[in-house]
Design a protein. Structure first.
Length: 297
């Protein structure tokens, strides 16, 4: 019987494991190795780790967790989780494991456009977070892409990093949005994007369905997301319209002993924020265990 099983080995799960290990809890961290930022070249906005490649960040974190004898790391996929009399049962690759508490840090998956050429430059010249990747490419010719107003919203953010910006909307915009873009000097292309022109591994242009091109060096995407795992929903958690798990500010789900942290929960999607959420959830998970242990008989 583990005190806690953590599903997900990104910043949220790693941070939660560290705090619980320091609380001398017996912890199992299960990581499927499918980090959302795997295609990114560096983590940004994370104090003391600015510019660290995601794979190196995970290696360093795992090395730190190795100092705590009560923390066990395991590679694999959790296939099923169920509520049990004294906590939870977790099934992975034939093994059924038990824990008093469960923390899901399973994250989100981005639903990328199926454009030819995208895979070659995703994470290099195509991104979705200007706070993470805008600074290194400031003042370059950029585009944003999204459905209608989604593109406008993202363009209003990205304009702080470049004055050479075009919003691509895959369809006509309303009059108010068109006026707003024009007033801010942001270009507009309403034709449907069909593919990306990539040369020597770098983005050169967006190619529209009519064959015309928009030369660009970088592209930010306003895209939909979906849960990377169905575990939370199978356990009875309530989801937001965006597919994230509804929690309180401590990561508690309302299901006793079940916590969620990182991108799987609502909030700002950045590595440093996910790590902080993992610590908060772990603190309150441990407090829950302490209350159980000190409850009068």
């Amino acid at each position: 019987m583990f005190d806690a099983i953590i599903v997900g080995g990104g910043p949220a799960g790693l941070s939660a494991a560290l705090l619980l290990g320091r609380a001398r809890r017996r912890v199992l961290l299960v990581d499927a190795g499918e980090g959302r930022n795997a295609r990114s070249h560096a983590i940004h906005g994370f104090l003391t780790r600015e510019g660290t490649p995601p794979a190196e960040f995970r290696r360093m974190a795992r090395e730190e967790l190795g100092r705590y004898p009560s923390i066990e790391l395991r590679e694999g996929v959790v296939r099923e989780a169920r509520r049990a009399e004294h906590g939870f049962t977790v099934t992975m690759e034939g093994d059924v494991l038990e824990s008093r508490a469960l923390l899901l840090a399973t994250g989100l998956a981005d639903e990328l456009p199926g454009w030819p050429g995208l895979d070659a430059v995703y994470g290099t010249d195509v991104w979705h977070c200007p706070y993470c990747d805008g600074y290194e490419r400031q003042d370059e010719p950029m585009a944003v892409h999204g459905a209608g107003h989604d593109a406008v919203r993202l363009a209003l953010e990205v304009r702080n990093w470049t004055g050479d910006l075009v919003a691509c909307t895959d369809g006509p915009l309303g009059r108010a949005d068109r006026r707003r873009l024009a007033a801010l000097g942001i270009g507009l292309r309403e034709e449907r994007v069909a593919r990306l022109r990539v040369e020597e591994g770098r983005l050169r242009a967006l190619v529209f369905a009519d064959g015309s091109e928009l030369p660009r060096q970088g592209l930010f995407l306003a895209i939909a997301q979906k849960p990377r795992s169905a575990l939370a929903e199978s356990l009875g958690c309530r989801l937001t319209a965006a597919g994230q798990v509804r929690t309180d500010r401590h990561g508690a789900t309302g299901i006793p002993g079940l916590f969620v942290a990182g991108d799987a929960a609502p909030g700002l999607q950045m590595a440093m924020v996910a790590a902080a959420q993992g610590s908060v959830a772990a603190f309150h998970l441990n407090a829950t265990l302490l209350r159980q242990e000190t409850r009068p008989a």
